[in-house]
Ligand binder design. Structure first.
Ligand code: G6P
Length: 622
C-alpha cells in the first residue's frame, strides 16, 4: 500500500510508559524526511505543567538539550522539521505556542492564507514569535478558546479554528487547560494513529511507530481524533463520531520509510504530481488570471526593468532551466540563456545591472551554483533562486526567490525536484509576463487552468508503470541509447538520458532531433535504440521526419507520444502514450515515462538505485 506524501515529521505518545524516549526515538526514525530542527512539548508529572524544548539541528541536538532536564511524562508530542515557511531556527521550530503558552501545536503541511490570518490575529492583539505559517494555527485555537463563545475543550475549538484555514495540515496539539489528552486533525497531510495496550501513538508516517504497534487507524481528510490513555475517539469536523476500521501494517522500518515502495527514487517519481501541486499551491489566482509569488512581490519595479535572463544550474536543475528559457522567451518576451554553473562562474560573463540571474538548485548547496550566484552578485545582476531546501546557502544569498516545497528528495537521481522546478519556472515566467503584459489574456487563461490539471494527467501516466517496466525488460540488453526531441522536448531528452546513465550506467545521450543528421545518426543500427519524444506540438511533423530517418537505418524507436496518435503506432517499435496538453507544459508529462524507464532498468539490473556509484546527492565541491 502506498500512502501520502509528507514533509516534516510528527510523533506523539499518550499512555503508561515514559513518553519522551518513545517520541524522540520516533522522531529519529522520521529524520530521513528532513532534519533542520526538532522539538517536543510534554506534560511534566512533577510540576503538572507543559514543558517544551526546541532547537535547530537534528534530533540528537534536541536530545542533548533534554539530557540536562529530568522531565518525566506520559503525554508528549514532537516534531522534526523540514522548513517551508521561515528559515530553520530555534524560534521557527515546532511546537508553536499561543500567546499565553497554554496550547502547544506541531504541524505538517502549508497554511496558504497564513499571511492574511497573521495580519488579522495581530490586529486582534495576538503576539507572534516565529516566521512560520504554522503559528497562526495555534493562535486561531487560542482565539476560539478565549472568545467566550463556550468553547472550553480543544476538540470543540479546533474545527472552528480550522474553518479559517486554506491549505494542508496534519497536526497535533495539547493544552494546559485541557489536560490528559492529545488532539490531532488532518487535511492533506497524513496522520496515523497507533493502538497499543492502554496507550496510543500518533505519527505522520508509519516508520515512527512500527516498532511499538502494528495496529493502526488512518485518519482521513477533515477528520480529527481525541486520544486519552484509555480511549480513542475519531470525529469529523462537525463533531460527529466516526467508526473506523483498524488496519494492520506489515512493513518493517525500512519499507515504512519508503512508504511501501522499493526505493526512494521510485517513491519520489510517484510523488511528482504532489510536488507539482505543492509548488502551485496558493500561487495561481484563477479568478483574475494571475500568478502570485510572495518571494518576488517586493521586486515588482526592479523586475519590470530586467532586460535579459541568464539561468544557471547543474545536472537535472540545468535541464529544467533549459525549459525555463523557452518560458521566459515565449511568455515574457525576455531574451534568456542557460549555462552550466560550472562554466558560468569561470566564463567571465558579461552581465550586470538590468540582468537577472536565476539559480536553480534542489539542495541549495551545490558549490558551482553557489559560486555562480556570488559571481553574478559581484557583477551587479539581480539574483533569483529556485530552491527546494529552505534556508540553504543559495536561498539565503539570493536577492529573492521561489521555494519549490517539493519535500526532501533522497534518491540521488533527481525526479520530483525536476517536476517542481519546471512548475516554478512556468510560474515565474507567467509572473513576468503579467508584469509586462506580454501574453494575451486568452493564453494566460488557457495555461493557468491547464497547469492545475497537470498533476491529474501525470497520475494517469504513473498508472502505466507496469507497461514501462515491460519496456525496460525488453530493452535491457542494449548498451547504448539516444533520446531526442525538439523545442520543449529537447531538454526532456537530455534529462531522460541523464536519468538512464546515472543509475543504470548505460551510455545514453540526449540530442536535439534536428541535430541527429549532423553526426549522431552515424551511430544508428539495430543495436542502438532511440527514445523519440514526439507529443502533438508545433514541431511534431519535423520530429516525425527524424523518426523516419532512424527507421531507414534500422534503428529501434521507442516513442513517447500523445494519446490518439495513430501515425506513431506505425512508425515506432513501442509507444508510451501521454495525455494531451499544451506544448509548453508537455515536459511535465513526457519526462515521467523516462524516469520510470531508467528506474526499472537500474532495478532490473540489481543496481543501487538510490545511491548510484560515484555520485552524490549534493555536490559541495567544485
Ligand atoms: C548532483 C545530483 C543531481 C542534481 C545536481 C544539482 O549531481 O546528483 O541529481 O541534479 O547535483 O543539484 P542541485 O541540488 O543544485 O539541484
Amino acid at each position: 500500500m502506498f500512502y501520502n506524501y509528507n514533509m516534516c515529521g510528527i510523533v506523539g505518545y499518550i499512555g503508561k510508559k515514559s513518553a519522551l524516549p518513545i517520541v524522540l526515538e520516533g522522531l529519529k526514525r522520521l529524520e530521513y524526511r528532513g532534519y533542520d530542527s526538532a522539538g517536543v512539548a510534554l506534560w511534566d508529572q512533577g510540576s503538572g505543567k507543559i514543558l517544551w524544548e526546541k532547537t535547530t539541528g537534528r534530533v540528537a541536538a534536541l536530545e542533548t538539550r533534554l539530557s540536562e532536564k529530568s522531565w518525566e511524562s506520559h503525554t508528549a508530542i514532537g516534531h522534526t522539521r523540514w522548513a517551508t515557511h521561515g528559515k530553520p531556527s530555534d524560534k521557527n521550530s515546532h511546537p508553536h505556542a499561543d500567546c499565553a503558552e497554554n496550547i502547544f501545536l506541531v504541524h505538517n503541511g502549508i497554511v496558504e492564507n497564513y499571511a492574511e490570518l497573521k495580519e488579522a490575529l495581530t490586529r486582534e492583539g495576538h503576539v507572534f514569535r516565529s516566521e512560520t505559517d504554522t503559528e497562526v494555527l495555534v493562535h486561531l485555537v487560542e482565539r476560539e478558546l478565549t472568545m467566550g463563545n463556550g468553547k472550553v475543550v480543544l476538540e470543540d475549538a479546533l474545527p472552528e479554528a480550522l474553518r479559517h484555514v486554506i491549505g494542508t495540515f496534519g497536526l497535533a496539539l495539547i493544552s494546559k487547560n485541557d489536560p490528559g489528552k492529545i488532539v490531532v486533525a488532518r487535511r492533506g497531510s497524513p496522520i496515523i494513529l497507533g493502538l497499543g495496550e492502554k496507550e496510543y501513538l500518533i505519527a505522520s508516517d508509519a516508520s515512527a511507530i512500527v516498532e511499538h504497534t502494528k495496529n493502526v487507524v488512518y485518519l482521513h481528510d477533515n477528520e480529527m481524533a481525541v486520544l486519552t490513555p484509555e480511549d480513542l475517539k475519531i470525529y469529523n469536523f462537525s463533531k460527529k463520531i466516526l467508526n473506523k476500521s483498524i488496519d494492520k501494517i506489515d512493513w518493517d522500518l525500512e519499507s515504512a520509510q519508503k512508504g511501501g515502495y522499493k526505493h526512494f527514487m521510485q517513491k519520489e517519481i510517484f510523488e511528482g504530481p504532489e510536488a507539482l501541486r505543492n509548488v502551485l499551491r496558493g500561487r495561481i489566482l484563477s479568478d483574475i488570471g494571475k500568478v502570485k509569488l510572495g518571494g518576488l512581490k517586493d521586486l515588482e519595479k526592479k523586475l519590470k526593468n530586467i532586460k535579459r535572463i541568464i539561468i544557471t544550474a547543474c545536472g537535472t536543475s540545468y535541464y529544467s532551466g533549459l525549459i525555463g528559457k523557452y518560458y521566459f522567451e515565449e511568455f515574457a518576451k525576455i531574451p534568456a540563456s542557460v549555462e552550466h554553473a560550472s562554466e558560468f562562474r569561470y566564463g567571465n560573463p558579461a552581465i550586470g545591472e538590468g540582468d537577472a540571474v536565476i539559480l536553480i538548485s534542489q539542495s541549495g548547496e551545490t558549490a558551482d551554483t553557489l559560486q555562480a550566484l556570488r559571481e553574478a552578485k559581484k557583477r551587479g545582476a539581480l539574483t533569483l533562486g529556485i530552491v527546494n531546501t529552505v534556508g540553504s546557502t543559495i536561498a539565503r544569498e539570493s536577492d529573492a526567490g521561489v521555494y519549490n516545497h517539493a519535500g526532501p528528495e533522497i534518491g540521488v537521481a533527481s525526479t520530483k525536484a525536476f517536476i517542481s522546478q519546471v512548475g516554478a519556472l512556468s510560474l515565474i515566467a507567467l509572473y513576468f509576463a503579467g508584469n509586462r503584459g506580454t501574453l494575451p489574456e486568452t493564453l494566460v487563461n488557457k495555461i493557468l487552468p491547464e497547469l492545475k490539471l497537470m498533476p491529474g494527467k501525470m497520475e494517469q501516466i504513473l498508472k502505466k508503470d507496469k507497461e514501462i517496466k515491460k519496456l525496460a525488460k525488453k530493452y535491457l540488453k542494449y548498451k547504448n541509447f539516444i533520446y531526442f526531441g525538439r523545442k520543449y522536448q529537447f531538454p526532456v531528452a537530455m534529462e531522460g538520458a541523464l536519468k538512464l546513465k546515472e543509475i543504470s550506467y548505460k551510455h545514453a545521450e540526449g540530442y536535439a532531433a534536428g541535430e541527429m543528421k549532423h553526426g549522431p545518426i552515424a551511430l544508428i543500427d539495430e543495436n542502438f535504440p532511440v527514445f523519440a519524444l514526439v507529443p502533438k506540438d508545433a514541431v511534431y511533423e519535423k520530429t516525425i521526419s527524424n523518426i523516419e530517418e532512424i527507421r531507414a537505418r534500422g534503428g529501434k524507436i521507442i516513442a513517447v507520444a500523445t494519446e490518439g496518435d495513430e501515425k506513431i503506432k506505425k512508425l515506432a517499435d513501442d509507444v508510451v502514450f501521454i495525455p494531451e496538453t499544451l506544448e509548453a507544459l508537455s515536459p511535465l508529462l513526457s519526462v515521467i515515462p523516462l524516469q520510470l524507464f531508467a528506474y526499472h532498468t537500474a532495478d532490473l539490473l540489481g543496481l543501487d538505485v538510490d545511491k548510484p556509484r560515484n555520485l552524490a546527492k549534493s555536490v559541495t565541491v567544485e
